[in-house]
Design a protein around this ligand. Structure first.
Ligand code: PXG
Length: 445
């Protein structure tokens, strides 16, 4: 029955489903539906088989229909399908939190569970604000994000986020008291950089200017992605995150790393923090922790932050926050199985070993038609295309469509193509992906 969709698609009513972050009218004129997935490949309902260039949406590093994860979920659902999350729990939640704490940077060992990256971000912002308040620093209410940052779509997340389209329709809802430091991309200084650009550490000093403007005791937290994913793989300049860290430490500001994309191996280490040698105070995660199979996410806190809440009477709730599905048994089973599989197969070391292969393959596209810039870090890369005169976004959209014919499911935003292949991909599959992209670039206008 796996391919039964292909028989029904013509009779599907496409109108009721309002698709997220999608050109609904265009899509419904040219629907593209996925029927099944195996390993690093999707099969569309029309029979096309395509390489999963972005690991789903950065979330399936171990590939699809992973036997161990599928089996763990099947066993879990037949044993305990749901457990109340408040004043009650189940063993899997504790086991997974302990596993995550062991992988996290030193000293970060308390884990709160959510169901998505957006919820993780709003949770981290709330923990930061509440942490200062509980310690009597009630003036520390300001939050600082970064231009071009993506922190999901909650009200908190779009307020600290810096992608203009995600904010434009909601300006009246944005949280007040938020500033943004500049993003670190500068084409003229870093075009075609491999890995971390050497220019740009000084941009962290913009944080110091905000501290001086508002007063050091008014700022609760700074949130950044260690590597900006959604904006198109913007890689932190050497020394930049170190400087942010030291300014935060100096002024008692919490540093939050949004590791929804960079967590669990995407940059060749457990977390971006470890790869980059900078330890924040809070880490958000989601996506790869369950290999994308069950929606899940969370926040990892330094123990001292957690402990600051553990003060009132022991029978009192310490943090008035949580979700019906925090620590859902299926998500915990998927998370434990994902970490087991990652550890047993050395998946994160494999991601690290593939980084130079991806770097070489993607930078070989320099000089091909329309290519304006190429960036890479970890097992992630982006290619900026020169926008077509008067029609921004159309060239990348065309590349996406041609890619499907060529055997690639590419990701595009604006005129940027992004890739983040599964860790299970072979070096040859990564080279083949780049070869097929080259063909697509020659095919499009
Ligand atoms: N923070 C970061 C850093 C993210 O990248 C979120 C939060 C929100 O996660 P949820 O689970 O609420 O969607 C994200 C999500 C892309 C792409 O193509 C990136 C994301 C989602 C979809 C597509 O780069 N990031």
């Amino acid at each position: 029955m796996r391919h039964s969709w292909s028989m029904n698609i013509a009779s599907l009513d496409l109108a009721p489903y309002w698709m997220p972050f999608t050109h609904n009218r265009y899509f419904k004129q040219r629907p593209k539906l996925i029927a099944s997935a195996e390993g690093a490949y999707f099969t569309l309902t029309d029979g096309r088989r395509v390489f999963d260039c972005l690991s789903g949406l950065w979330c399936t590093p171990l590939g699809h229909s992973h036997a161990r994860i599928v089996g763990a979920i099947q066993r879990q659902v037949s044993q305990l399908d749901y457990s109340p999350a408040f004043q009650m729990s189940h063993a899997g939640a504790f086991e997974l939190a302990a596993r995550i704490a062991r992988l996290a940077p030193e000293g970060m060992n308390r884990v709160f569970f959510t169901n998505s990256g957006s919820e993780s971000v709003d949770t981290a912002l709330k923990i930061a604000i509440a942490y200062h308040r509980i310690r009597g620093e009630t003036n520390r209410t300001r939050l600082i994000g970064r231009e071009m940052g993506y922190h999901g779509v909650g009200i908190g997340g779009i307020s600290v986020g810096g992608l203009p389209n995600n904010r434009a329709m909601f300006t009246s809802m944005l949280v007040p008291g938020i500033d943004h430091i500049p993003h670190t991309y500068n084409a003229s200084k870093m075009r075609f950089s491999r890995g971390q650009p050497t220019w740009g550490a000084h941009l962290a000093d913009e944080l110091q200017k905000l501290v001086e403007k508002h007063g050091p005791d008014t700022i609760a937290a700074v949130i950044v992605e260690p590597m900006q994913g959604s904006a198109g793989v913007i890689v932190p300049p050497r020394g930049y995150l170190e400087r942010l860290r030291s300014i935060c430490t100096q002024h008692g500001i919490l540093l939050i790393f949004d590791e929804v994309i960079t967590g669990f191996g995407r940059v060749g280490a457990n977390f971006g923090s470890q790869r980059l040698g900078v330890t924040p105070d809070l880490i958000t995660f989601a996506k790869a922790i369950t290999n994308g199979v069950v929606p899940f996410g969370g926040v990892i806190a330094r123990q001292a932050i957690h402990d600051a809440f553990m003060t009132g009477p022991p029978h009192a709730i310490e943090l008035f926050h949580g979700y019906t599905y925090s620590g859902h048994p299926m998500a915990c089973a998927a998370g434990i199985a994902t970490l087991d599989a990652m550890e047993e197969t050395g998946a994160i070391a494999r991601s690290a070993a593939l980084e130079p292969v991806l770097e070489e393959a993607m930078h070989s596209l320099r000089g091909e038609p329309h290519v304006a810039d190429i960036r890479n870090f970890g097992l992630a890369a982006a290619v900026d295309l020169t926008p077509r005169e008067g029609q921004p976004g159309l060239r990348a959209l065309e590349a996406f469509e041609r890619g499907l014919d060529a055997g690639l499911l590419l990701r595009f935003t604006g005129d940027t193509l992004a890739v983040g292949p599964p860790f299970i991909a072979s070096p040859d599959e990564i080279r083949e992906m780049a070869r097929l992209i080259r063909g697509v670039l020659h095919d499009i206008k």
